[in-house]
Design a binder for this molecule. Structure first.
Ligand code: ACO
Length: 276
């Protein structure tokens, strides 16, 4: 499909049956993330949110890397060289896609880690809803190795998925670990051999494409907001969010589910989706 979307240089999008494969596209730089890449990614993600060809996003990297982290030249040196206001803008544009946009994206997101994953790359990895990795991919919080802290929002992001002992161990040692270990640490849902990575990810994406997209969006948001609340607030919020879901769901999923289970006896929710 050739309908143009923004981007094309640092970010490459391929559409396949409802899946938008969004590639960090600087393989010769191991997909290190520059200021230009952030600008392009913001445009691409904005466009895909309203693009019917995209029901699920898979974020991955071209070539040997998922991403070798922030670009030491094209992000750090480049932003050191400009005014403080421009520097802050570069940080804001990076945080925008890596954290806020991905975390609260209207469509489901899967990170597919196909190789090196260092430093700043942990933020988009963690802010995607789900993640599958090549079991031999290499991860590392390498910041300490070159004299910086895991900044941006990396330290915050890892604290949402990793235990304190493990997070601090890797923050302090900068030691590398593989995809199998990433699975043990709770950073990914699954670690598979490289040859199976794309099929496993595609199968997961297709599963999500079979769900009612409105309910799926509401369920993802409900979880992400509720985890920040105390129990009282969460109970009130989730009840209201449930009511809102019924209101905004044009597909009337709840009604169909009730009818098919209780009246028509044609489906059992324990075994899979209602007939859409
Ligand atoms: N920033 C800028 N350039 C990078 C980065 C990066 N993060 N990572 C790789 N590159 C560049 C290399 O400088 C090299 O450029 P050149 O061909 O112009 O010399 C090119 O990408 C290829 O990289 P190599 O190092 O030659 O590839 P190799 O496969 O030997 O090693 C590895 C890959 C291990 C990922 C190595 O490139 C590396 O250590 N990169 C930095 C990883 C890192 O610590 N990232 C920053 C984390 S901190 C943060 O993100 C906040």
């Amino acid at each position: 499909d050739t309908k143009p979307i923004p981007g094309g240089t640092n970010v490459l999008v391929e559409f396949e049956d409802g899946i938008a494969w969004v590639h960090l596209n600087r393989p010769e730089k191991r997909n290190a993330m520059s200021i230009e890449l952030a600008r392009e990614m913001n445009q691409v993600l904005d466009a895909l949110e309203l693009d019917d060809r995209c029901g699920v996003i898979v974020l991955t990297g071209k070539g040997e890397a998922f991403s070798a982290g922030m670009d030491l030249q094209g992000f750090f040196r480049a932003s050191d060289a400009v005014s403080d206001v421009e520097r802050h803008r570069a940080y804001r544009e990076t945080r925008a896609w890596q954290w806020r946009t991905l975390m609260f994206y209207a469509k489901p997101t899967i990170a597919m880690v196909n190789g090196w994953c260092f430093g700043g790359a942990f933020t988009p990895l963690i802010c995607c809803d789900l993640a599958i990795t090549d079991q031999d991919a290499v991860f590392g919080l390498s910041e300490i190795n070159w004299g910086i802290i895991p900044g941006g929002v990396v330290s915050k992001a890892i604290s949402t998925l990793m235990g304190d002992r493990e997070a601090l161990y890797y923050v302090m040692t900068g030691e590398k670990f593989d995809g199998r270990r990433a699975k043990e640490l709770g950073l990914v849902n699954d670690a598979v051999p490289a040859a199976e990575l794309k099929d496993r990810t595609r199968a997961l994406a297709q599963n999500l494409l079979g769900k009612n997209p409105t309910t799926l969006r509401q369920a993802r948001m409900a979880y992400k907001y509720a985890r920040e609340m105390d129990w009282e607030l969460a109970a009130e919020y989730l009840t209201a969010k449930g009511d809102q879901t019924t209101f905004v769901d044009r597909e009337k999923g709840r009604e169909k589910g009730l009818t098919q289970f209780l009246d028509e006896k044609t489906f059992k929710p324990g075994h899979g989706n209602y007939k859409r």
